[in-house]
Ligand binder design. Structure first.
Ligand code: ATP
Length: 353
């Protein structure tokens, strides 16, 4: 697959903050690529360096295989959509959307044609005569997107463009964005700190932490096979359960013991056992692969019930059916799906396979 955007060993320091540490990224042409990480991980800085708004201290940016490290933002031909809508308050939606085209003095027929194309794509035909003050946040967000989409750039760089929306609109816009991506066939580089957003939209995710890429892969690859303990806890809600253990022929922790399903360890290896809440069940079929504990808390969520269970002084969460009725203090057993468990080195925190 050809690369649309490549970051090669990009470092960027602000004063004594190392925002990016030799960052490597390879964004395939036409992909919906999500840069996922917590606040301060360096996501915005990465976008700004790629867009040419920030100069890296070291490293190169390649666009379609050509070194663009010294190119101006305009020469790079990347459209950026920011978290704030940044609409002109005194212009109508239509004027806001077409401003990049009018700035380039395109003929009116061309401007009108592009406006029509984008309005249909975003379902905003009825908003075109409104001013920003007359629109909801979600509507303004669409107009801001429209302003990026009237151009036909090499790629779209989007910096948390849905954060200002309420949950319902955000979910709607996720669907819209994936639909737009499919119909345009252009490369999307999308920044977010929301792992659900990443899971639902991305072809490929790069998980960023403190200026370095922790793991790159399809969302399910990362969810099912996190490279280290940090990625494992960052992806997924509730977060992955972690229990300290000693791994050898068996995995042994305080108050529990499970067979080692094939993790490559030797000696008595200090490790952390990881299992997601959906891979635990309170209906035990096989006594050999169960954890014993007592119910600590019960949280009914409507479509499911989260049951907190104390196992040997540590706590785990189990996703149970909505009908589950457990009482605090009640002894329970949790069956473990041994095909879906994880083991991490206690020191390096890297996944053991
Ligand atoms: P968020 O999700 O909160 O937007 P982020 O992952 O986008 O975070 P960046 O904005 O890239 O993170 O910031 C990375 C680090 O660099 C942070 O520690 C930030 O404080 C620092 N930083 C970014 N821009 C500047 C700047 N212009 N001057 C000083 N420090 C900066």
């Amino acid at each position: 697959m050809t690369s649309a955007i490549v970051a090669e060993g990009i470092s960027k320091t602000f004063g004594d903050v190392e925002a990016l540490k030799s960052l490597e990224l390879d964004i395939p042409e036409g992909s919906f690529f999500v840069l996922l990480g917590p606040s301060g991980a360096g996501k915005t800085t990465t976008l700004r360096v790629l867009a040419g708004l920030e100069k890296p201290d070291t490293g190169r940016v390649l666009l379609n295989g050509i070194d663009a490290t010294k190119a101006t933002p305009a020469e790079r031909d990347l459209a950026m959509v920011f978290q704030s809508y940044a609409l002109y308050p005194k212009q109508t939606a239509a004027q806001n959307i077409t401003s990049p085209l009018r700035a380039r003095k395109l003929p009116k027929s061309e401007v009108d044609a592009q406006l029509k194309r984008v309005s249909e794509l975003l379902h905003i035909e009825e908003l075109l005569n409104r001013y920003p003050a007359q629109m909801s946040g979600g509507q303004m967000q669409r107009i801001a997107l429209g302003r990026a989409l009237v151009r036909d750039p090499r790629a779209f760089l989007m910096d948390e463009p849905l954060t200002n929306l309420d949950l319902k609109l955000r979910v709607e816009m996720r669907t819209e964005l994936t639909r737009i991506h499919r119909s345009l066939g252009r490369t999307f580089l999308y920044v977010t700190n929301d792992q659900v957003e990443a899971m639902s939209m991305a072809d490929k995710v790069a998980v960023l932490r403190e200026g370095t890429v922790q793991q790159v892969g399809a969302p399910t690859e990362i969810y099912d096979g996190p490279a280290n303990r940090w990625v494992a806890t960052f992806m997924g809600s509730p977060r992955m359960n972690m229990l300290d253990c000693t791994a050898n022929g068996r995995l042994e922790g305080e108050g529990w013991s499970l067979p080692n399903p094939g993790f490559g360890v030797s000696g008595d290896h200090r490790a952390v056992f990881g299992v997601r809440s959906e891979d635990l069940s309170l209906e035990v079929r096989d006594e050999a692969t169960a954890l014993e504990g007592t119910v600590y808390a019960v949280e009914p969520l409507g479509d499911r019930t989260l049951v907190d269970v104390e196992v040997g002084g540590q706590r785990i969460v189990i996703k149970a059916p909505p009908t589950a009725t457990y009482k605090v203090g009640e002894p329970v057993r949790a069956a473990v799906d041994m095909e879906r468990v994880h083991l991490f080195d206690a020191e390096s925190e890297q996944a053991i396979t």
